[in-house]
Design a protein around this ligand. Sequence first.
Ligand code: PLP
Length: 409
Amino acid sequence: MLDAARLRADFPLLQRQEHGRRLVYLDNAATTQKPQAVLDAILDYYRTTNANVHRGAYGLAIRATEAYEAARERVARFLNAWAPEGVVFTRGTTEAINLVAGAYGRANLRQGDMVVVTAMDHHSNLVPWQILCQEKGAVLRMVEITEDGRIDLSDYGQALERRPKIVAFPYVSNSLGTVNPAGQLIRLAHAVGAVVVVDGAQSTPHLRVDVQALDCDFYACSGHKMLGPMGSGALVAKPALLEAMPPYHGGGEMISKVWDDHSTYNKIPHKFEAGTPNVEGAVGLAAAIDYLERIGLEQIAEHEQALAKAAIERLSQIDGVVVYGPRGHRAGVVSFTYGDVHPHDIATILDQDGICIRAGHHCTQPLMRRLNVAATARASFYLYNSLEEVEALATSLVKAGALFGYVPA
Ligand code: PLP
C-alpha cells in the first residue's frame, strides 16, 4: 500500500482539525484536497506569468499562453489523447458533457433517434441528454443495472439493437464504485454505429486511462476530483469529431472572422473555448497530473481498492449496515445505509469525530430509486487515506448506531 501518512503531509488542509479531532476526509468522490505542489503552481502562475492568453504581443502574455497550452499538452499525454487539439478545457465533467450534447447532439440527432444512458449515470450524464432528446423528439433509453450494481449487459445489448446514435455511460459509478467494462461497452456501441461518450469524472483520478486504447469518441473529466483546482476539467475527443461540430458557446477566442451578421470560427480546440479561459485552473491541473504520475496511477488504484475492500468487510460486520455495489473489483467508493438511521444523521454524527462523508442521492436519483432508498451514506477514498481511517469510520459508525438504538454485533 502507499505510505498514506507521508502523502498526507503534502496536503495543507489535511493538517487541520475538525471539532478538535484529526480530520478524516472521506468525501473524495465529491472533491479532493489539493497538495502544496498544486497550490504553489497556482500562486507561481499569478506571481510570475499572469496575463490574458492568445491575444497578447508582449512577452508576459506569450508566456501565459505557453503555460496554458503546455497544460493542454500535459492533459493530452496523461490520457493519451489523439492530439492536444482534441483536448478542450472546460469547467469540469458537467460542462464537457453539456458541450457534447449541445454541439454534437444538436447537430446530429433527429426526431425518433435514440440516446442510450444507464441507470447508474450521474445527473451530469443524464439531464443534458434528457434536454437534448426533448428538444429533438428523440428517445432516451435507460439501461438497467443488475442486483449487484453492474450495467445489465443483456439490457445493454437490447438497447443497442435499436441502433442508437449516442451511447453515454460512466466509466466508474460515483454511487456504487462499479468499474464498468468500458472497452467492451464501447466496442459493442461502435458495432451498431453509435458515438460513445464516457463520463470519466470518477475514473480519471483513480485509474490509468488511455482514451485511444478505449477508443471512445468523447471523454469528460473534472480537475477538482484529481487534486486539481475547482472549475478545471476537460473534454477529450477525436479531433475529426470536434472539427465537424458547430460551436457551443459564442464570443471572443472562438472566432476567426466576424462580420455584422455572421462569423467564421477558430480552429479546434479554440472553437470550443469562448471567452477568457481558466488559465489558473489549467496550470493547477497540470501540476496535479505531475503529482499523480509521480506516485503512479496503478499504485493509487491498488491502494484505494485495498481501502474499499477493508471498508466493505468492516462495515458489513456491523449489524444493520447494508453496503451497496459490487463485491470484488471496484473503485474506492463505498455507499451504505444503517438500518433506518437517515444518512444525513450518520454524516452529522461522524462529523463530530472529524470524519467527513457524504450523505444524499449523490446526483443519482434514478439509481437510488432502483436501490429502493432515498439516500445513502458514502465514504470515498484517495491516496492520502489509510486503513486507520477505515477503522475510525467503523468505530464512529457504531457509536452513531448506538445513539439510534442499534446494538453493536
Ligand atoms: N459524473 C460523475 C460520475 C460524478 O461523480 C460527477 C461529480 O460528482 C460528475 C459527473 C460531475 O462532475 P463536476 O461536478 O465536476 O462537473
